[in-house]
Design a protein around this ligand. Sequence first.
Ligand code: PMP
Length: 442
Amino acid sequence: LKENNARHLWHPMAHPADSMANPPAIITQGDGVHVTDVDGHRVVDAVGGLWNVNLGYSCEPVKQAIADQLEGLPYYSIFRGTSNDKVIELSYVLQDFFAPDGLTRAFFTSGGSDSVEVALKLARQYHRARGEAGRSKYISLLKGYHGTHFGGASVNGNEKFRHAYDPLLPGCVHVPGPYLYRNVFDATTAEDLAGKCLNMLEKTIAFEGAHTIAAFIMEPVQGAGGVIPPHPSFMPALREICDRHGILLIADEVITAFGRTGTETGSRHWGVQPDFACTAKAITNGYFPFGAVMIHARVAEVFETGGKIASVDTGYTYSGHPVGAAAALACLAETDRIKPWTNAGPRGAELKAGLEDLADRFDVIGDVRGEGLMCAIEFTSDRATKAAPDMAAVARFQKAAYEDGTMVRVSGPNAIFSPPLIVTSDDVQTILRSTEAGLRAM
Ligand code: PMP
């Protein structure tokens, strides 16, 4: 298996030779917050699958719902105006879950990149329906990650995911975001930085012309870019700027929806109602590829003239897949029962405090960031200059942490922690112990 994994499989964005190389983590089983590899080594999965297995690997109601749905109706399309019972039921349940965010309609997809693509398209269609077809540009934040399709790659704020595919979508403008550690403005506090970023955004809008801009897209907490929470003033002020200029706000909640920040949704965490919320990942706890773009009532209204939903000229064979819908319904029922955000907040605070304590003792940690159960440490080889870390040492960190009992994700200079939201304080202590083992190996 190990040899075939390295030789016959194209791994997205990584190769076993340089990612979890020793040992290559070939996972064969999962239970609770643990996964077990092909050698029988069982670890806490502090990656949480890929920020998606919020309810852990043993969520019986979701497994059962998938099995039952496969037995009854394994597939039927909603592409042609036909439907299936599960997806209709799900649209009601999602409407309830997202009601405080003002999001009342769902457009179903097969994952996060699809959800982003749909939101970007619907933003343009919205403006066109209102006679403002000139609004076609998108603004996004540096260090943002919005999936891998052409639209999402175009608004991604990380060059690494873009350069191989140029030219991308024209009219995508990137502005600095809330990354304080090495910020371009020499801001010293998150609040100061937020103000400076918003000022730059205003200038960018003036330069581009507000009448040319369709939407602003952001993650409520940037994830893949290294877990970067904005100052609490940032997203509300951004909402106000978008409103003033007629620009739609797309919240990419592929990671943050369903509790990860310690609140039901990332937008709610900051007290903002977006125009679109892109969801996927935890909507099925990672057990089935599925997603939904949630649409605000005031936007939906424009598409729903005369009580009839206008044609949305995009969609997928698997939009509204009944097995995905059944999995999502079971997840939402379980989520409603255990309210995982109530655990994500305090466990996230324990994890962040523990990481801060490690930062006091290990110079290789330059920065500690976190919001709920999204946490990261950023490594540096020199605290004074904030120089990039020695990546061979970072690889040693990851290997030693894994051997000690925790799977940690390393992305660039960051170690990222996004365990299932059901972790206990004991699990958090295990993660911290393994992190310390990794730091010693570094
Ligand atoms: N948006 C964000 C914020 C993400 O983190 C991701 C995936 N990590 C995506 C979009 C893309 O989702 P997917 O990989 O399911 O296509």
